[in-house]
Ligand binder design. Sequence first.
Ligand SMILES: Nc1ncnc2c1ncn2[C@@H]1O[C@H](COP(=O)(O)OP(=O)(O)O)[C@@H](O)[C@H]1O
Ligand SMILES: [Mg+2]
Length: 226
Amino acid sequence: MSQALFSLRGVVKRFDQREALNLERLDLEAGVITVVEGPNGAGKTTLLSILALITPPDQGRLFFDGQDLPNSGSQLTAWRRQITLVAQQAYLFDTSVEKNVAYGLRLRGLERAQREDRVGEALAQVGLAEFGPRRAKRLSGGEMQRVALARALVLRPRALLLDEPFANLDPASALVFERVLGELSGQGCTVVLVSHALEQAHRVAQRVVYLRGGRLAPDAGQGPSA
Ligand SMILES: Nc1ncnc2c1ncn2[C@@H]1O[C@H](COP(=O)(O)OP(=O)(O)O)[C@@H](O)[C@H]1O
Ligand SMILES: [Mg+2]
């Protein structure tokens, strides 16, 4: 197995005493597209939130790039900036597409010229090259999801996490997602997407992991199965 970007050991997350997630051992290799499948309530979103370093586990250990989860705030921030989560619903600001996409770069203090270059690149990558000046809230659902993807791409994360990216996507936008995820993996980005058993997810998957009731199904992690 190649180098794992994420390693989880005995990770448990509970909500009101109820176990939402209990993963004895899960390694997610760098540069691989992993699809996490499972029914509603299986713990998929909880897993993404732990991988994004948003939700700390109640128990167990999470390693990123071979290093233990840091407890210092600044180290945690540095790590979080290498991981980008695309939520199930795109929360776009009511402003132009380009401002939406540039947002994270502004937070990171990039200069305007650099921001514009990278925003232009990211929009072209998702097939929205001409959309920069348009008002984000007026776009179709699929276009908004592509803007959300561009907003993630522009940050050039080492890991991209996507929550049900194919839900409610029109076919053209779904194709864009499939293409972009493949490109990212080719560039060494680690992609984790969670999904109901959907056709598109299987097409992009290099590895499929099954979650049931917060636990990995016994055959999980046996390599490509798409
Ligand atoms: N913030 C929360 N508070 C209480 N229970 C939660 C919370 N988030 C998730 N859960 C519970 O944890 C379990 C896993 O949820 P989730 O990770 O959202 O599943 P999935 O994304 O696979 O549908 C579910 O039983 C859900 O109700
Ligand atoms: Mg979910």
